[in-house]
Ligand binder design. Structure first.
Ligand SMILES: CC(C)(COP(=O)(O)OP(=O)(O)OC[C@H]1O[C@@H](n2cnc3c(N)ncnc32)[C@H](O)[C@@H]1O)[C@@H](O)C(=O)NCCC(=O)NCCS
Ligand SMILES: Nc1ncnc2c1ncn2[C@@H]1O[C@H](COP(=O)(O)OP(=O)(O)OP(=O)(O)O)[C@@H](O)[C@H]1O
Length: 395
């Protein structure tokens, strides 16, 4: 099952987007709704709230007086934390139960207002954020929902900043304009990304191979890599020694094929094999066959590794799982750091890549392109080693 985390500030349009996903066939898990269920009359949740905030948060019929609790809970940080401490564990438990009930081929859309605040992004295959400017959100909450303006602003203050949401977003949906516009984006996201992503995940199928087209440096590459590394750290757990963004997309200013190279370091290949299933479930199926890094001078036997590929059709990822005793593991880190520290070498490398990409665009073969590039890279390793010695570089 594909787990999509859907979030955004209050009034941004999460429910609007979530309902459209549901129309397409997504299984919706709605945190606000669960948060209501766990404090229904007669529940231990409601009793705990009354104990913590006083009987005056109860209406005459014994149900929760939501505006009364909101007034107390959003008044200060300590009260809000007390509220969260009571409700969130109950919501978490019920959420896990609902997710476990979903079919293997489900696309779960989890509408969760506090995904960023709770630092939960790594638990999803993809995080979708709905956004609209603060003033637009306040207007909608006041005019359409009938919320008091001060209440709307108090909740906005209690939530994540735009910058924090940007860092967590794999997909950013702008709902500052007409509803039709955001719904059209949702339709495209469903058809072009979520449906094939779910199928790739279930069938453990990598996305199709990349063309050798070189893209200009994208300054969001490091953040995109970091979000995937966070997911990988979560599933790899204690077997993981370290997780790094390597390759050309890890070098600021370097044009590159738009594929993120990530390296997981594990003690032994047996650890890599034990992780094959969990990595596949997290959206990184293993590529079939045996994979080796070739020593550049041809002197030693090739170094074995495991290779996984991202299942997300819109975010190509090559995931190299290596052990620290292979020289390829160390070279991946050295080459990256050397290029980062030496802009002239980086620019020379960019020129070589662009020249080769032009030549191979005609025949369209990625393998030939990679072979030709390796010549420059092998020479560069020599210069990188000199730099490593001079600067006492350590991986
Ligand atoms: C305080 C309560 C009773 C007020 O109820 P009300 O009907 O006015 O709001 P509702 O529950 O529909 O929430 C509307 C929106 O408020 C924001 N919000 C709600 N709780 C919180 C919170 N603890 N911190 C920050 N924002 C919150 C979210 O954007 C949410 O989508 C209610 O919000 C609540 O029980 N909150 C605690 C549970 C919670 O954190 N829910 C959010 C995700 S699990
Ligand atoms: N593009 C839009 N133009 C105008 N109104 C909109 C638009 N999108 C959503 N709305 C309206 O704004 C209000 C807030 O939207 P919605 O309920 O989807 O937000 P939400 O993020 O789920 O809110 P909450 O955080 O309270 O759960 C709703 O009344 C909705 O009908």
């Amino acid at each position: 099952m594909l787990r999509v985390g859907l979030t955004g500030g209050i009034g941004a349009g999460k429910s609007t987007v979530a309902n459209r996903f549901a129309e397409h066939g997504a299984v919706l898990v709605d945190s606000d709704r669960i948060a209501r269920e766990v404090v229904e009359p007669g529940t231990p949740g409601l009793a705990a709230l009354a104990e913590a905030f006083g009987e005056d948060i109860l209406a005459a019929d014994g149900s929760l007086d939501r505006p009364a609790l909101a007034a107390k809970a959003f008044a200060d940080e300590e009260s809000r934390k007390r509220l969260n401490g009571i409700v969130h564990p109950l919501v978490g438990k019920r959420t896990a139960e609902l997710m476990a009930e979903a079919a293997d081929d489900a696309v779960i859309v989890h509408d969760i207002p506090l995904l960023v605040e709770g630092n939960l992004a790594a638990a999803y295959h993809l995080v979708v954020i709905v956004d609209a400017p603060v003033e637009v959100r306040v207007r909608r909450l006041v005019d359409v929902r009938g919320m008091a303006e001060a209440d709307a602003r108090a909740r906005i203050r209690a939530q994540a900043t735009d910058e924090q949401r940007r860092a967590a977003a794999d997909v950013w949906l702008d709902n500052g304009g007409a509803q039709d516009a955001v719904l059209a984006e949702v339709d495209a996201l469903w058809a072009d990304r979520l449906v094939p992503f779910e199928a790739n995940l279930r069938l453990r199928k990598p996305r199709p191979p990349m063309s050798p087209m070189i893209a200009p440096y994208d300054e969001t590459w490091p953040q995109q890599a970091e979000r995937r590394l966070a997911r990988l750290r979560l599933v790899a757990g204690e077997r993981l020694l370290r997780a790094d963004h390597i390759g050309s997309t890890a070098v600021p200013g370097l044009p590159a094929k738009d594929v993120l190279d990530l390296q997981l370091t594990v003690p032994t290949l047996a650890d890599a094999d034990a992780l094959a299933g969990p990595l596949a479930d997290a959206g990184f199926p293993p590529l079939e066959g045996e994979w080796w890094d070739d020593p550049q001078d041809g002197s030693a036997a090739p170094w074995p590794k495991r290779l996984h590929v991202g299942a997300d059709p819109k975010r190509p990822v090559n995931l190299h799982v290596r052990t620290p005793e292979t020289p390829a593991w160390r070279l991946a880190l050295l080459f990256r750091d050397w290029l980062r520290a030496n802009p002239a070498e980086r620019d020379a490398y960019a020129a070589v890549k662009e020249e080769l990409a032009r030549e191979h665009a005609a025949d369209g073969t990625v393998a030939d392109y990679a072979d030709a590039k390796q010549g420059w890279v092998n020479d560069a390793f020599g210069r990188a080693e000199v730099w490593a010695a001079q600067t006492s570089w350590q991986p």
